[in-house]
Design a protein around this ligand. Structure first.
Ligand SMILES: [Fe+2]
Ligand SMILES: [Fe+2]
Length: 354
């Protein structure tokens, strides 16, 4: 304990942690720990990050935790979050973290899982992704209101892994909020895998094509569209035969009017899950930055989808609009501002014409 006693001054600088979190500490401490000292009436450094954990130390830590006297400095919160993102199962029973933080931790953890699987699509990585998706489903299933925190945790950077998790978060929120479809836990599990890996074939396209600055020419667009066929081959190779997963991966670019790709399927051949994936995918693509444009406002993105009734399932788009407005104050204000709304409508008309 070489740190000075007065390094941390007030209670707001600390986060109380639980035995649940401690159970994930193996080998070395991923963060520093502090204890509350009755004598000094303040929180003091106890163990430094990277301290080797012996059974005796773990027992002592657990006792301090039971007494409610164990803390992590808030300045090390990012390190704790990173540690937890590799131990998502902890989130199911963790009550010391608020739901906004939990959503961010899930985003980070699932993004890491998705990136491992996309970069190395082998059985071991898909099993790890499935396990973490099952944890994610369980977490949402016990309290559907949590969807709003996930929705507000979308990462708007230009990253294929972030896009996969964004589509997963949005699609899951739409699924659980749907008024026209009764949700089912097992079906949701399959859907989350479909959402998370819907663009798996993109990994096989050249980076120069995916990151091209400026609009794509016809030939390049055709090449990008090939990602669906590549995905199909990858699913076959990995022997993924689940219908829900397949319909998300193969049909997320199909449109109700038959003008989508790769097969030009019409509404009667598109499953509910594929429609969810199509809306979530298009929405998440619009609200994230691209090498040739800035992120689009989520309300504007949803309006664009609502003006494309011949392409997207409008019951799902309406769920999306309601969801955005009811769970995000800023978006609610935009929609209540008539002048702003008229501007967005005009912009959406413009985008739909392009
Ligand atoms: Fe796609
Ligand atoms: Fe996508």
């Amino acid at each position: 304990m070489s740190e000075t006693m007065h390094e941390f001054e007030s209670a707001e600088q600390f986060l109380q942690i639980s035995n649940n979190i401690i159970s994930t500490f193996k080998g070395r401490l991923p963060v520093s720990l502090c204890i509350y000292s009755n004598e000094m009436n303040r929180v003091e450094p106890y163990l430094k990050k990277e301290t080797r954990l012996t059974p005796k130390k773990i027992e002592r830590i657990n006792n301090l935790c039971d007494e409610g006297n164990l803390f992590v400095p808030k300045k090390e919160y990012e390190m704790l979050a990173e540690h937890l993102s590799k131990n998502l199962g902890t989130m199911l029973t963790e009550h010391h973290l608020d739901e906004e933080d939990a959503a961010r931790i899930f985003h980070d953890g699932l993004k890491t899982c998705v990136s491992s699987f996309y970069t190395n699509p082998v059985q071991e990585n898909i099993e790890s992704l499935k396990t973490n998706l099952a944890i994610f489903c369980e977490y949402l299933w016990v309290d559907r209101q949590r969807s709003s925190f996930f929705f507000n945790a979308l990462d708007r950077s230009n990253c294929i892994f972030a896009h996969a998790v964004n589509t997963l978060f949005t699609g899951s929120a739409l699924y659980l909020s749907s008024q026209t479809h009764t949700s089912d836990k097992l079906e949701m599990n399959d859907l989350t895998l479909g959402l998370a890996i819907h663009d798996i074939g993109m990994t096989q396209l050249p980076a120069a094509l995916k990151n091209k600055q400026g609009p794509l020419i016809y030939k390049e667009k055709m090449r990008i569209q090939e990602h669906v066929d590549i995905s199909e081959k990858m699913l076959n190779r990995m022997e993924i035969t689940n219908e829900t997963v397949i319909s998300c991966v193969l049909d997320h670019h199909e449109r109700l009017n038959g003008q989508g790709y790769p097969k030009g399927k019409k509404a009667d051949r598109l499953s509910f899950e594929a429609r969810i994936c199509a809306v979530a995918d298009a929405f998440c693509a619009m609200i994230s930055s691209r090498s040739y444009r800035k992120p689009i406002n989520p309300v504007l993105a949803a309006i664009v989808l609502s003006k494309s009734s011949e392409q997207y399932d409008q019951s799902i788009v309406n769920t999306l609009l309601k969801f955005i407005v009811s769970h995000n104050r800023e978006m609610k204000q935009i929609l209540a501002d008539k002048k702003k709304l008229a501007q967005l409508n005009a912009m959406a008309d413009n985008m739909c014409r392009q």
